[in-house]
Design a protein around this ligand. Structure first.
Ligand code: PBG
Length: 338
């Protein structure tokens, strides 16, 4: 083509991408530390933080280390943490009994964090999988072929009430079974915890990307002793979009305060669908596998960690998430503050 060639264009969108300052003016989505909720793993004892092999930079924390971490997150502007317990295999049973009571690991952890950083929003995970010997999120049916939907709920209500009593600001029922939000709402209200919110895992897919998390909480390998080999009878089929919207609508009707989609990055269409159908806040959980694959590729020298981290979260927010649970919360807050 001749050097003198000139298109006769009125619209030249590149004008708005010409300089950094113009690009800043027209930027539509901006991440801030207050967008993030940091998922944290707590263990018994006082040992130094132990890095999770499949999740570089993520540690299992004793209660004192957890408190320290929460202080740092709070200083960096991260407003909330979501706590998960990790217990030894030896204390697990088929009903996840170790998760119950005012002295459970989680209850003690919640109390410690609320005492040290009272303004921080503490969200607690409500599910049995880190505590059951078979690794499922609930108690099994008599023949062990499935998880018993209704029998599990009593345990979850007990857990939610104990966590609320310990000071949790919100509970996050994550087992993806039926009727959780309504039953837990009623249980919290009956115990005098009307003010405690429910961050509902409304749309949670049966994802292969949960692998590193199961490692992190030391969840028992599914199907080893008893119970199904996967979670497909309770978590959603990744192929299904309409079914996801039914789940979100049910949780909203049952009284969820915030609706969550999980995983996040592979389900941006679902985040957008939920965002368009509800006026409730929408959360998205960038899960362990999403985190780990960015780190793994960066370690190989194939992706730039900082750029891809930022882009992955920006996409989730652009899709419609008001808040994002992410293992990158602290790193992001540091970068955004700098
Ligand atoms: C289950 C639960 C899972 C996660 C949090 N709670 C997934 C699962 O094992 O089914 C996943 C979080 C992550 O991968 O980061 N109660």
């Amino acid at each position: 083509m001749a050097a003198s060639f000139k298109l006769d264009l009125t619209q030249r969108p590149r004008r708005l991408r010409r300089t950094g300052s113009i690009r800043a003016l027209v930027e539509e989505t901006v991440l801030r530390p207050a967008d993030f909720i940091a998922p944290l793993f707590v263990v018994e004892g006082k040992a130094a933080p132990e890095e999770i092999k499949s999740m570089p930079g993520v540690f299992r924390l004793s209660i004192p280390s957890l408190v320290k971490e929460c202080r740092e997150l709070w200083k960096l502007g991260v407003p909330a943490v979501d706590l998960f317990g990790k217990v030894e295999a030896g204390v697990k049973d088929d009903a996840g009994t170790v998760a119950m009571g005012a002295d459970s690991l989680m209850a003690r952890a919640i109390r410690a964090v609320k005492k040290a950083v009272p303004e921080m929003t503490v969200i607690s995970d409500i599910a049995l999988d880190p505590y059951t010997a078979h690794g499922h999120d609930g108690v099994l049916t008599d023949d062990g072929s499935d998880v018993h939907n209704d029998r599990t709920i009593e345990l979850l209500i007990q857990m939610a009430v104990e966590h609320a009593r310990a000071g949790a600001d919100m509970v996050a029922p994550s087992d993806m079974m039926d009727g959780r939000v309504g039953a837990i709402r009623a249980g919290l209200d009956a115990a005098g915890f009307e003010h405690v919110g429910i961050l509902a895992y409304s749309v949670k897919f049966a994802s292969g990307y949960y692998g590193p998390f199961r490692d992190a909480v030391g969840a028992a390998k599914l199907g080893q002793k008893t119970g199904p080999a996967d979670k497909k009878t309770y978590q959603l089929n990744p192929a299904n979009r309409r079914e996801a919207l039914i789940e979100a609508a049910l949780d909203e009707a049952e009284g969820a305060d915030i609706l969550m989609v999980k995983p996040a990055g592979l389900y941006l269409d679902i985040i957008r669908d939920v965002r368009d159908r509800t006026d409730k806040p929408v959360a998205a959980y960038q899960i362990s596998g999403e985190y780990s694959q960015i780190h793994a590729a960066a370690r190989m020298g194939w992706l730039d960690l900082a750029r891809c981290r930022h882009e992955s979260l920006l996409a989730i927010k652009r899709a419609g998430a008001d808040m994002i649970l992410t293992y990158f919360a602290k790193d992001m807050a540091k970068v955004l503050k700098a």
